[in-house]
Design a binder for this molecule. Structure first.
Ligand code: ADP
Length: 239
């Protein structure tokens, strides 16, 4: 059998600001296989974003072990982490984080600029990603002229465009109305089911988590429960 995508054992994260230590993750054990759609739930301040940042190479663990596809992340240099981040992961945030004055397609092409992809291929891949989330008709719109739900689809297209091993979504429906939120969740479901994408979604809403296959709950920096989702919800038609 191949290695899990993520394998965490006794993972600890303590923030250190001067003399003040804030223990956040206090011994997290977790395995995620390639192709899973996992929701990470927990109350505000429980350490969800911290865990996602460590998994996504944005931050370092304090102690314990984190293997990514069998490779020991604690031994990686800052350059290695930056390299893994650009190649292996795509992020989707609650606040979309698009360049407001750039067009939709420019936003989606951006990650490929850093990956030094030729222009023609950048355009083709960006259009494919926009098509995958049903928003290709907005390709030439300036980003701040489209709706919130549309912006989040663009952010998903941008996260997809370098074909990462995993997509992390941090409260992706937090700024959306129910209908647009469900359309976004349906897109994640689609990417998972039809393209075998691995998705880790942080949310504090059970209604959102129920779109995933597995629900992991974190509380006070440890995993409180980790179960298959038996109440799977389906999103509406989004294209
Ligand atoms: P969640 O995503 O579950 O709301 P977070 O991972 O954002 O939780 O935060 C967990 C705890 O870590 C909170 O108490 C927060 O104040 C603290 N925290 C987050 N980032 C830092 C930081 N850079 N320095 C100190 N404490 C932090």
């Amino acid at each position: 059998m191949s290695e899990p995508l993520f394998s965490l054992k006794g993972l600890v994260k303590t923030y250190q600001n001067g003399e003040v230590n804030t223990p956040v993750l206090q011994g997290v054990d977790l395995k995620v296989e390639k192709g899973e759609f996992v929701a990470l739930m927990g109350p505000s301040g429980s350490g969800k974003s911290t865990l996602m940042h460590i998994l996504g190479f944005l931050d370092r663990l304090t102690s314990g072990s984190y293997l990514f596809s069998g490779r020991d992340v604690s031994q990686m240099t800052d350059d290695d982490l930056a390299h893994e981040r650009s190649r292996e992961v795509g992020f989707v945030f609650q606040s979309f984080n698009l360049l407001a004055k750039s067009t939709v397609i420019e936003n989606v092409m951006l990650p490929m600029l850093y990956a030094k992809v030729p222009k023609k291929e950048r355009e083709e891949r960006a259009m494919n990603a926009l098509r995958a989330v049903g928003i290709e008709h907005r390709a030439n719109y300036v980003s701040n002229t489209i709706s919130g739900g549309e912006k989040q689809r663009v952010a998903i297209a941008r996260a997809l465009v370098n074909s990462p091993s995993v997509i992390f979504a941090d409260e992706p429906t937090g700024n959306l109305d129910t209908k647009s939120g469900e359309a976004v969740l349906a897109i994640f479901q689609d990417l998972h089911e039809k393209q075998g994408r691995t998705i880790v979604m942080v949310t504090h809403e059970l209604e959102a988590a129920e779109f995933a296959d597995r629900i992991v709950r974190i509380r006070d920096g440890v995993i409180e429960s980790d179960e298959k989702n038996l109440n799977k919800r389906r999103g509406g038609y989004y294209k």
